[in-house]
Design a protein around this ligand. Structure first.
Ligand SMILES: [Zn+2]
Length: 234
């Protein structure tokens, strides 16, 4: 009766151990970490390009505002020139119009330069964002898969743990204590079968003296594996 319970307990503990290992070692998590490394690198690259774009965008805004102001001024001067009847005033207006036109060309050149410099940066930003997008989607899918898998594994673990608790309470307290101590010390399970002179827990062969001692043990008493300390059954 106790031996059967110990064997079942050992089986359940091995299952619980495998469930814990499966939860800790989900391959999806490795891929998520890889994706996050990629995304961090992309984000750093994006920050650099965006930082390089800032002064150009500022220059473009300034040049555009200046062009606009100069165009308005040119229109104004042109209108006054059209109405001018005084030769000296007309000459002075002509002079101003030339200056304004020249300044406008300079401002428009500055606008164009800023635009030309911004173009590859804008393209790079679009490329980086389009590279990040599928990674972000893949990560979201993986995180959902991980959540589902963890939920399934946790449900299974909870069910098995309840089963284990119910079983463990059927053991005589000192035997249970012995089992739990062995389990804590060695992990996996606290008992193992003896198969062809070897402990099935640690796979170490028992010395002839240990096998003798085991044979001499009274019914319902078990020796521990000298190598791993698990209760030897069977
Ligand atoms: Zn052993």
């Amino acid at each position: 009766m106790s031996e059967e319970a110990l064997l079942q307990l050992a089986d359940l503990d091995r299952v619980l151990d495998r469930l814990r290992a499966a939860r800790a070692g989900l391959v999806e998590r490795t891929r998520v970490e890889e994706i996050e490394r990629h995304l961090r690198a992309l984000s750093a690259e994006l920050s650099d390009v965006e930082a390089a774009r800032v002064p150009r965008a500022g220059a473009l805004r300034a040049a555009s505002a200046e062009s606009e102001r100069l165009r308005a001024r040119a229109t104004q001067v042109g209108a006054r020139l059209a109405q001018s009847v005084n030769a000296r005033e007309a000459e002075s207006l002509h002079e101003e119009l030339d200056q304004v036109t020249h300044a406008l060309e300079t401002a428009e050149d500055a606008e164009l330069t800023a635009l030309v410099e911004m173009e590859p940066l804008d393209e790079a930003i679009v490329t980086m964002k389009s590279r990040a997008q599928p990674l972000i989607e893949e990560r979201a899918e993986l995180l959902e898969t991980i959540r589902d898998l963890e939920e399934t594994l946790d449900e299974e673990s909870t069910a098995r743990s309840l089963e284990r608790e119910a079983l463990a309470t059927t053991l005589e307290p000192s035997l249970r204590q012995r089992y739990e101590r062995a389990l804590q010390r060695v992990g996996g399970a606290g008992a193992a079968r003896l198969v062809e002179g070897r402990c099935a827990g640690c796979h170490v062969a028992l010395a002839p003296a240990d096998l003798d001692e085991r044979r001499r043990a009274p019914e319902g008493e078990w020796t521990d594996c000298p190598s791993c300390g698990r209760i030897l059954l069977g």
